[in-house]
Structure formats: C-alpha cells, structure tokens
Design a protein around this ligand. Structure first.
Ligand code: NDP
Ligand SMILES: O=C(O)C1=N[C@H](C(=O)O)C[C@H](O)C1
Length: 249
C-alpha cells in the first residue's frame, strides 16, 4: 500500500482524503493547530515535516492546505526526497515559481481540480472557444462560504485554457456603467452555504447560447482523484506533472 502524508489534514479536504484512502494508507498528517491526531492519523507541525516524512517512511504527500503551508511542506519533500501532489489553490507568482523549483528536485503534480469531469470540461472549453470564436464568454463559479481564494483555482485554469485560444481580458465582476467590450470575459465568484464547487462557461452568440458546466457533489471526488494522482506519481522522475497526465495514462 502507498504510504501517504496529508498536508492540511485537519481541514475539509484532509478529512475527505483520509476517508477516501482505501487502497492507500494515510500514515501522518500536517497542520498548524494543536491537534494530536485526526481519525487515528498522527498530526505533526509543518515545520517538522521533513523529519516526519523520514520517520513515517512516507511514499508521497497529498496537499490540501494554504499556499504558505504547501510551500513549507514542498521544501520538506525536497529535503526528504518525497514526491508531492499539490491541490492547494491561490498561489501567487512567487509561490508558483517556488513549486517549479521544487519540481526540479522531486516529482511534483499540481492540479487546481482533481475531478475527471473538470478534465473533460477543459477539453470541451478549448474546442468550443476555438470554434465559436466570436461568441461572448462569461465564466462563473460558486463555492461554499468558507472558501478564501477567488476566483477559484479551477476558474483560473479554465481561463488559462480560454486564453490559449483567444485573446480575452478578464473583468472580475461588474458594477456601475460598464459597457461590455468584445474582447472581455466576465469572471464571477459566488460564496454560499456548503456548495462543493460549480463552474460554468457561457458562450453567447446573437441567437444562441451554449453553456458548459460542471458540479461537484461531494469532496470525495477530489480526494479520490488526488489519491489516484499520488499513487501514479510514486516512481516517476523529478519534474512537473498535471492531473491530465494521470487521466490520460
Ligand atoms: N485541487 C482540488 O481538487 C481541490 C483543491 N482544494 C483546495 O484545497 C485547499 C484546502 O481546502 P479545504 O480543505 O476546503 O480548506 P480548509 O480550510 O478546510 O483546510 C485547510 C487546512 O490547511 C491547514 N493549514 C493552515 N495553515 C497551514 C500551514 N501553514 N501549513 C499546513 N497546513 C495548514 C488547516 O489546519 P490548521 O489551521 O490546523 O493548520 C486546515 O487543515 C484550498 O486551497 C482549496 O481551494 C479544495 C478542494 C479540491
Ligand atoms: O475550495 C474548494 O472547495 C475547491 N477548490 C478548488 C478550486 O479552487 O478550484 C477545487 C474545487 O472547486 C473545490
């Protein structure tokens, strides 16, 4: 069985990963709060992660935390020579560069969304935007009221896919007198209740509207995808990997 460490083990996704780990074993978790264990999994402070990775003989780290915590644990993975799956979103440019640096030393797989449906959605978005090349584009996402980063990592990834096809300028929400420009894409984030994650791209021509959307119904879908990625990543060479590599394998 693959021996997994979970960064952000006390969080919503940390719990979902422990629950989904049936073909792998979560042997240790990292979090800053003073919790000694979650569901029987010992919790260690991220500052001591390198030592714990060795002590618990960890094969791979699965991370769903906060950017600064993910970066500390990425450095620990480099120190201990352990591969890392990064699910945390909301990195700035400097954070992404530091993850890239880590990937020169260890196998590192980063994904803003570990659902297979979003992988397919991104491919459909690419085709739709490339084909309907003069349609207006609007991108919407909705998440639970505890989410701290906006737009979601997935929305940013969908935006990257769109910008590979078309030179559009994101407009984050609108207020007041704001006539729409041809080359803009509205990007809108909503936060409410316990919504697991909804994403929708609307492509509107004059007489028709195409809507491409995805809704996650349980955090288990992300946890299962991340664990699949973790098992797949073990044994790969140092480098930067994406969830599409796992889905296509
Ligand atoms: N890629 C994907 O498919 C998905 C990505 N996500 C992303 O995963 C991240 C976590 O989401 P979620 O579980 O809902 O959030 P939570 O707020 O529920 O959990 C965050 C966790 O991070 C821990 N944490 C805080 N500071 C640090 C630190 N410095 N080092 C290590 N751990 C730390 C918290 O525990 P403590 O305070 O005890 O340290 C907590 O366990 C978000 O960025 C979210 O966008 C979420 C779902 C799917
Ligand atoms: O915070 C979440 O919950 C989620 N975060 C990811 C994101 O920012 O895209 C993935 C998913 O939508 C759930």
């Amino acid at each position: 069985m693959t021996r997994v460490a979970v960064n952000g083990v006390t969080g919503q996704m940390g719990g979902a990963v422990i629950e989904a780990a049936t073909d792998s074993e979560v042997v240790v978790g990292f979090a800053t709060s003073e919790t000694s264990a979650v569901d029987g999994v010992p919790v260690v402070h991220p500052a001591d992660a390198a030592e714990a990775l060795r002590e618990y003989d960890v094969d791979v780290v699965v991370d769903f935390a906060v950017p600064e915590g993910a970066l500390i644990v990425a450095e620990a993975c480099v120190d201990a020579g352990v591969p890392m799956v990064v699910g945390t979103t909301g990195f700035d440019e400097d954070g992404l560069a530091r993850l890239q640096d880590a990937s020169e030393e260890i196998p590192l797989l980063k994904a803003t969304n570990f659902s297979q449906g979003i992988q397919v959605l991104q491919r459909l978005v690419s085709e739709a935007v490339g084909t309907l090349d003069d349609y207006d584009l609007e991108l919407m996402e909705t998440h639970h009221n505890r989410k701290v980063d906006a737009p979601s990592g997935t929305a940013n990834s969908i935006l990257d896919v769109i910008q590979e096809e078309r030179d559009v300028e994101p407009v984050y929400g609108r207020e007041g007198h704001t006539p729409r420009k041809d080359d803009e894409i509205g990007v809108l984030a909503r936060r409410a209740g316990d919504i697991r994650g909804e994403h929708e791209l609307v492509l509107a021509g004059n007489d028709e509207v195409l809507s491409l959307s995805h809704r996650a119904e349980d955090r288990g879908v992300f946890a299962a995808g991340a664990l699949d990625a973790a098992t797949w990543l073990v044994g790969h060479d140092a480098g930067w990997y994406e969830f599409g590599d796992v889905v296509d394998a």
